[in-house]
Design a protein around this ligand. Structure first.
Ligand code: MF3
Ligand code: CO
Length: 252
């Protein structure tokens, strides 16, 4: 069942998502060769708590950290630890915040220093695909219009869309209906979008095959072929004026 949000609920979702966006901004200032992923996790947790939020992922199904940090061939759900970032890495950082009864969720992929042209183009195509999808988030469109737009852009650039993980509705729960795939499938639930729906759209895009596997730690998803992967995510409200990206810094 898709839960619609009223104006006050959207304001609360915006507040949680603003903290998410600010946390990502803060982390970008600290990304450089030599920092450990655990240090980034501490920075994020401190920032969130200073803003009266709680890390949304910590404790979720037993997940042990504030951030998911996924480097190079890691797709999503990498667990922060002693690993240090190296020049040339691409690092996906996913943040969730709970505050005032509502969740925020967003992710970006960041280059550590100079990265290869292939890595640059993967990151660019993935971020663009997120915005192609966001453009379709308006009343009257169907969910599959969003999924198709993301997939079309990714594949036009020669990359592939991960199938095993999808986006989601978001609100009083981190994961709500509907599931938001980044690829088209005729059997997927395909509701018409309505004002008050809030979606977390999160394309995960691989340089090679879309196939992934989960490591022994039970969380870290990696590409099967060892090639690079990128991930961007925004939480977006459907409004009669078009998509409202909740997970941005700033005043809007
Ligand atoms: N953005 C991801 C999601 O929506 C991150 C979840 S990590 C988890 O699923 F630890 F909370 F599972
Ligand atoms: Co998410």
């Amino acid at each position: 069942m898709i839960l619609l949000k009223n104006k006050d609920e959207l304001k609360a979702l915006r507040a949680s998502n603003r903290i998410v966006a600010e946390t990502l901004q803060e982390l970008k200032n600290h990304i450089s060769p030599g920092i450990t992923t655990k240090e980034l996790d501490v920075i994020a947790e401190n920032y969130i708590r200073k803003n009266k939020g709680k890390p949304a992922f910590k404790g979720y199904r037993g997940y042990p950290a504030t951030l998911c940090i996924s480097i190079n061939e890691e797709v999503v759900h990498g667990i922060p630890g002693p690993r240090t970032l190296k020049e040339g890495d691409i690092v996906s950082i996913d943040v969730g915040v709970f505050r005032g009864g509502f969740y925020g969720d967003a992710a970006v992929t960041v280059a550590v220093g100079r990265v290869s042209p292939e890595a640059e183009s993967l990151m660019k195509a993935t971020e663009e695909s997120l915005y192609k999808g966001i453009d379709k988030i308006r009343p009257g469109n169907r969910l599959a219009d969003v999924s198709r737009a993301v997939q079309a852009h990714v594949e036009a650039n020669g990359f592939s869309v991960v199938r095993d993980f999808v986006g989601h509705g978001i609100g009083r729960n981190l994961h709500e209906d509907p599931q938001v795939p980044n690829f088209f499938s005729p059997s997927t639930f395909n509701p018409r979008l309505k004002e008050g729906m809030v979606l977390a759209l999160e394309p995960m895009v691989n340089q090679g095959s879309y196939k992934v596997e989960v490591l022994e730690d039970g969380w870290t998803a990696v590409t099967k072929d060892g090639k690079l992967s990128a991930h961007y995510e925004h939480s977006i409200a459907v409004t009669d004026n078009g998509p409202w990206i909740l997970s941005l810094t700033g005043d809007e």
